[in-house]
Design a binder for this molecule. Structure first.
Ligand SMILES: [Zn+2]
Length: 307
């Protein structure tokens, strides 16, 4: 199952007791539902998520004595998912219900409908259920809600800001997409809408990914260290060759001469390995010390020769 579907199914199961929250959630659901033509001939909600359709149906029933209808359009061979249509056909009491939801003429403004925290959360939950999606956190972090117009997009951004969620908006195919990109922010959003199991799932994946990233970082560091060793060896070989060409290695004190020869023969060896080649064997710091002396000697000679 897609992670998105998982989150929606969980969010759809959250059912608040108070009508204030139910109304706010219904407003969220209907505000972003792009097929919702509010007003005549009735009120529509369409979705491919069965749980979301069920929720709208039961919220219609809880909030009004009106009779909602549900239609299912079977998915085609090309488009597998079913489409669910929940509709309130024109009937006495519909206009009053729309006004109560904040959708009709002369209805309450959004700010009043979601004045309380419980209702703000419900509004966001509804909006996500109707127009939201979230990518599989194993692949990347992206959560979005597609809004039908600029006003709704701005409302969503403002409501999210209550929870320090810094949503951004882009335009895509004439619609406005409100989105969050950071894992931290997405976790925050799932918390707000009450999708706690999805939140834990995401956190688990995130921890796993972080461990993997740390391992990658470690490997990168080791590669970088290795590069440094190779670089140092190349520099040493160059300077020893210079000594060989100018002084001749036989002119060097025996300790230095041995290390110089070993380095020329084994340019890829680490200092420790190089020490093992000598008789008597020499530790890493001893080898390092002699190689430094060789380098200093070469630098000094190059200076004297004015090169
Ligand atoms: Zn409430």
């Amino acid at each position: 199952m897609y992670f998105s579907t998982r989150v929606k199914n969980e969010a759809a199961r959250v059912m608040k007791e108070k009508w204030c929250c139910q109304r706010a959630e219904l407003l969220g659901l209907l505000s972003v539902n792009t097929a919702g033509e509010h007003g005549s001939p009735g009120l529509f909600f369409t979705t491919e998520n069965a749980a979301a359709a069920r929720k709208v149906f039961s919220l219609f029933k809880k909030g009004s004595p009106l009779k909602p209808e549900v239609k299912v359009k079977k998915g085609s061979r090309f488009r597998r998912a079913n489409t669910y249509l929940v509709r309130l056909s024109p009937q006495p009491g519909l206009d009053g219900f729309l006004r109560e939801l904040g959708l009709g003429e002369g209805s309450l403004p959004l700010s009043q409908i979601i004045a309380q925290g419980c209702c703000r959360r419900a509004y966001l939950r509804g909006a996500f259920l109707a127009g939201g999606s979230i990518s599989n956190p194993a692949r990347g972090y992206h959560l979005e809600i597609v809004a039908p117009n600029r006003e709704t997009a701005a409302d969503l951004v403002a409501v999210m800001a209550h929870y320090d969620l810094r949503a951004k908006v882009i335009e895509r195919k004439g619609k406005l997409v409100v989105y969050l990109k950071e894992a931290e922010q997405i976790v925050g959003f799932l918390n707000v809408i009450g999708a706690h199991r999805a939140l834990l799932k995401l956190e688990n994946i995130r921890v796993y990914k972080d461990v993997r990233n740390n391992i990658n970082r470690l490997v990168n560091c080791e590669t970088a260290n290795l590069d440094k060793t190779v670089e140092a060896s190349l520099r040493q070989v160059k300077k020893i060759r210079y000594l060989q060409d100018t002084l001749g290695l036989s002119a060097l004190p025996v300790g230095l001469r041995e290390v110089a020869r070993a380095r020329l023969q084994h340019p890829h060896m680490s200092l420790r390995e190089l020490g093992q080649q000598l008789t008597p064997k020499l530790g890493k710091s001893g080898v390092n010390h002699r190689l430094r002396r060789l380098e200093v000697l070469a630098d000094g000679l190059r200076d004297e020769n004015g090169e």
